[in-house]
Design a binder for this molecule. Structure first.
Ligand code: NAP
Length: 329
């Protein structure tokens, strides 16, 4: 019998710890814990990320990224042994899903844990822009209360008609919040949700015509690109307000600027923009808008829950080859 010191190939493979590639900066709670799950390299820390990928791209089984950082086709292509992408955030429009499907990769996001905080922010933005809170705050700080007098009366919020574009996890929590404000609620989605107590509106234009306030809570995708068009904004009308806590790409931003400037829309509360972090100069100087730097889920509690869910997904993948909150492809 011949004895060999060579390890059988499958044994050698099994002994290899599965390596994790961190695409870019992550919150400290997540970045600090990832190395407890396996060896981690941080792509954005590499002096020459392209050269690094060429040399070491084959090492990684898991990619950890964020909803805004995503994973483009070139990154996915540069990781030939990639099996899973674990993303911080619920939106995955920045991940190239065609490349994901073509490669049969698994992808996880962080649904549900952020619903409350995003819905809170949507209601906050709505009340702020309709009642003019931030504008009034600026008025007081400028000394205009003393010099000019109080601000002009704003618009009532309670009891108004609320239209929701998107009635998923976040949309439903917004609708429940709005119920507490005695609002009449209808929504537009591709399919009606007969189990919900609110009326489905098959036409977005008809919803915009009907409502006083339109809140956007659907995903960013090629299908939702510029869904809130010049015509939808016109239908919302000169007394209407738009709130977007979803993705900037869902709203035609140039049309929004024009509608505000032409008096075709009363105001907008925006947490997201088409070309973040760029915000159109016309919006920066407008008193009709409230502008936030994409902070829908950015509370300490929710960010901690999101980070833990990413870690749990990476852990489950490394231990059992499955993800806890996979995106249905
Ligand atoms: P979700 O549960 O998947 O709900 C999405 C909703 O949008 C569903 O009601 C869906 O209904 C509807 N929808 C999808 N495509 C549509 C289309 N083409 N036309 C009309 N409606 C459409 O998602 P979620 O967890 O509520 O999150 C929604 C989005 O919020 C995320 O994708 C993310 O981009 C954004 N978000 C933003 C922040 C922030 O920081 N601002 C934080 C978290 C999430 P149908 O399938 O029946 O159409």
């Amino acid at each position: 019998m011949t004895l060999t010191h060579e390890t059988p190939p499958h044994r050698a493979e099994a002994a290899q710890p599965q390596k994790i590639l961190q695409a870019g900066p992550l919150p400290p709670g997540l970045a600090g814990q990832l190395p407890t799950l396996g060896p981690v390299e941080i792509l954005s820390d590499m002096p020459d990320p392209e050269a690094f990928l060429q040399e070491r791209g084959g090492d990684f089984a898991v990619l950890v990224t964020t909803g805004t950082g995503g994973a483009g086709r070139s990154l996915i292509d540069a990781l030939p042994n990639l099996k899973a992408i674990c993303s911080l955030g619920v939106g995955y429009d920045a991940i190239d899903m065609e490349a994901v499907r073509a490669r049969g990769l698994m992808v996880s996001n962080t649904p549900d844990v952020l619903n409350d905080c995003v819905a809170d922010l949507a209601m906050g933005l709505l009340i702020d822009v309709v009642r003019g809170l931030s504008a009034s705050d600026r008025h007081v700080r400028r000394g205009d209360w003393n010099r000019v007098g109080p601000t002009r009366p704003s618009t009532r919020v309670s009891g108004k008609r609320l239209g929701l574009l998107g009635m998923g996890r976040i949309g439903q929590v917004i609708a429940r919040r709005a119920t507490g404000f005695d609002m009449d609620i209808r929504y537009h989605t591709r399919s009606a949700k007969p189990h919900l107590p609110w009326q489905h509106e098959p036409s977005l234009i008809a919803l915009a015509q009907w409502c006083d306030f339109l809140i956007v809570a659907c995903p960013g995708s090629p299908e939702t690109f510029h869904l809130v068009s010049a015509d939808v904004l016109k239908a919302l009308g000169p007394q209407g307000y738009l709130v977007n806590v979803a993705r900037g790409t869902v709203v035609d931003e140039r049309a929004l600027v024009a509608a505000l400037q032409n008096g075709e829309l009363a105001g907008a509360g925006l947490d997201v923009f088409e070309h973040e972090p760029e915000v159109p100069a016309e919006l920066i100087v407008s008193e009709q808008v409230v502008l936030l730097p994409h902070v829908g889920s950015a509370t300490r509690e929710t960010r901690a829950a999101m980070c833990n869910l990413v870690l749990d997904n990476v852990r489950a993948f490394l231990a059992e080859g499955r993800l806890l909150t996979p995106i249905g492809l």
